[in-house]
Design a protein around this ligand. Structure first.
Ligand code: UT7
Length: 338
């Protein structure tokens, strides 16, 4: 490898709201049980926001923590990218609200709507801007509030038990690399298959409705709640996350054994166990957080990275593989030399 411009992760940050909601708490609100949830998903608890908190508030906490971790001043950031499916408002994007809360202006502020794959899409976009030399420092944030938008009743239990609120962020900075051993994002791989769009979606509000963006009929039908074909999502998640990891390894001519740590999207512990089993990854190399956060969609991977840095699991020089799958369907992977 000759000298090349790449991006590298120089800081990570994360935030979950203080309120913890256990499976037993949910069982008081709907017909479910700790036993069912743990056995089917591995989730034991999740965090929910208080009523006053917005997605950009969570993003702000994670962003500030990532800036401190990178020792980068907010004024030096060239671009903000927020990945979220739970934006503060229908428009404008959450990145614009975040930008004002951060007290910085005029830099581009971009929202990415790729659901559980959002962080990988957002990182890939940031990486392209840095590789071309257009920007030197990009702040990438995944932030989600699910709790305010779920059907908290027995009717919505299959979806509601899965999701939690939180935010994670990374600072990506331009770096000159000589070899693949230098810290950098080695490659990113993005995919989508829109034929699965309605297997996991939130129909309303939406411009596709002939009768308007949101109507009483939509609300009576429950179109404002996420709807999921759990089995289809499960099967595709196992298949596509496995393919994504294999893609990333093949592109970089490395083997599974070369990878030190895997960050999979956290939707269901069984999905990640199935991916690890299919590929032959030892369980101790997979960093799971689902038991304590549930599925935090675009926030999941950076939040996991934050925890892994904090507890000493993620160390400089490690080869890290990330894979995600979600609504869209969208999926993606990336390989990082930490
Ligand atoms: O990032 C993408 C996000 N989503 C996912 O990745 C989800 C992927 N899918 C899954 O994780 C699983 O499909 C679920 C965890 C959602 C469901 O697990 P499952 O093993 O596929 O269960 P199921 O949907 O086949 O339901 C089995 C039973 C049903 O009852 P009957 O029809 O057998 O009487 C459900 O009504 O479990 C019932 N059930 C529940 N029971 C207690 C569904 N949700 C619940 C619940 N508590 N929360």
């Amino acid at each position: 490898m000759t000298v090349a411009i790449r991006s590298r992760v120089t800081g990570v940050g994360g935030f979950v709201p203080p309120r913890i909601v256990t499976n037993d708490d949910l069982a008081e609100l709907m017909d479910t049980s700790d036993e069912w949830i743990v056995e089917r998903t591995g989730i034991r608890r999740r965090h929910w926001v208080d009523p006053e908190t917005s997605t950009s508030d969570l993003a702000l906490e994670a962003a500030n923590a990532a800036l401190i971790s990178a020792s980068v001043d907010k004024e030096d950031i060239d671009m903000l990218i927020v990945a979220t499916l739970s934006s503060d408002h229908f428009f404008p994007g959450t990145a614009c609200f975040l930008q004002t809360k951060m007290g910085i202006s005029e830099i581009p502020a971009l929202d990415i709507r790729q659901q559980c794959t959002g962080f990988i899409y957002a990182t890939s976009i940031a990486d392209q801007f840095i590789r071309t030399g257009m920007y030197q420092k990009v702040l990438v944030i995944g932030a989600e509030i699910h709790s305010k938008g779920l059907d908290i009743s027995t009717e919505g239990r299959d979806v509601t038990i899965l999701f939690g609120d939180g935010a994670g962020a990374v600072v990506l900075e331009s770096t000159e690399v000589d070899t693949a051993e230098d810290p950098q994002i080695l490659s990113t791989h993005l995919h989508a298959d829109g034929s699965g769009a309605t297997d996991l979606w939130l129909p309303s509000p939406g411009m596709a409705f002939p009768d308007g963006l949101v109507t009483h009929e939509h609300l009576d039908r429950g179109d404002q709640y996420p709807q999921m074909n759990g089995r289809a999502v499960y099967v595709n998640a196992v298949k596509r996350m496995s393919e994504g990891i294999q893609d990333a390894l093949a592109t970089n001519e490395v083997s599974l054994d070369d990878v030190d740590l895997f960050f999979f999207h956290q939707a269901n512990l069984r999905i990640n166990e199935a991916v690890a089993q299919r590929l032959g990854i030892p369980p101790e190399k997979v960093y799971n957080t689902i038991h304590k956060y549930g599925n935090t969609t675009a926030a999941t991977i950076p939040l996991g990275m934050r925890d892994a840095v904090d507890d000493g699991t993620l160390q400089p020089g490690m080869l890290v593989a990330c894979g995600a799958f979600g609504s869209g369907f969208t999926w993606g992977s990336m390989l990082i030399r930490w």
